[in-house]
Design a binder for this molecule. Structure first.
Ligand SMILES: C[S@@+](CC[C@H](N)C(=O)[O-])C[C@H]1O[C@@H](n2cnc3c(N)ncnc32)[C@H](O)[C@@H]1O
Length: 219
């Protein structure tokens, strides 16, 4: 693991225990995190029995939404680099009694999507991944035509003045934001690998829900 990823793991090991609580603090500034999560999951257009992979799943905050959509015949696969975040996710799965959730501890860049993958989700995670280009490409290759990769991410809106950009990076630094990953553009990469892309923004353009709809595999 390179230094950047090792630092990310260290950071999320410290955050894991109080992650769910701190994520909710953004409500204090009117950021309707749960509503955006629901909209991102709805954009996956999941069907009962589907297999959905969530990359950077963290403590599993989206799992109840994914479970509701795929049902007991479906499969939820959560992938994350940080053991402590997955420990929290495991506790959630055990508490809820879900038997169709698999948790995989690995770098999303090294994860091999199963052939049965029907949809891929990443919420507040894709910009934590320096290899996001390769990850989005691998997701596009794994998905059947017409199925979706959805990410929900904080982005820099076009109108954003320099001082606000600076403030956002500082505010989000406890979650791994820095000058490097603030410049990542997963939305541009999505357009490279998916023939159809839909985007909608929330919260003054700061929250982006981006949907890539897979095309036929090239032969
Ligand atoms: C801000 S948290 C988001 C967690 C969850 N998706 C949510 O919406 O609450 C980012 C997560 O991405 C994970 N992560 C960072 N880099 C990763 C990588 N290269 N591969 C897999 N997971 C990674 C971190 O461990 C952390 O759990």
């Amino acid at each position: 693991m390179d230094d950047g990823k090792a630092r990310m793991v260290q950071l999320y090991r410290k955050r894991a225990r109080r992650y769910d609580f701190t994520a909710n603090l953004f409500y204090l500034i009117g950021f309707r995190e749960w509503a955006y999560r629901k909209q991102a999951v709805a954009a996956l257009h999941l069907r009962p029995g589907d297999t959905v992979v969530e990359i950077g799943c963290g403590t599993g905050l989206n799992f109840s939404l994914l479970e509701d959509a795929v049902g007991p015949q479906g499969r939820v696969i959560g992938v994350d680099l940080t053991d402590a975040m997955l420990d929290r996710a495991r506790q959630r799965v055990r508490y809820k009694g879900w038997t169709n959730v698999e948790l995989v501890e690995c770098d999303a860049a090294g994860f091999r999507f199963p052939e049965s993958t029907d949809a891929v989700l990443a919420t507040f995670a894709i910009k934590a991944m320096p290899d996001y280009d390769a990850i989005i490409r691998q997701a596009a290759e794994a998905l059947p035509a017409g199925r979706c990769f959805v990410f929900l991410e904080l982005v820099e809106p076009g109108w954003c003045p320099g001082w606000l950009r600076w403030l956002m990076i500082r505010l989000l630094s406890p979650f791994g934001a820095n000058e490097d990953n603030a410049a990542y553009r997963p939305e541009a990469v999505l357009k490279r690998y998916f023939p159809r892309v839909l985007m909608k923004t929330r919260y003054f353009g700061v929250a982006l829900i981006a949907v890539g709809i897979a095309g036929e595999a090239e032969s």
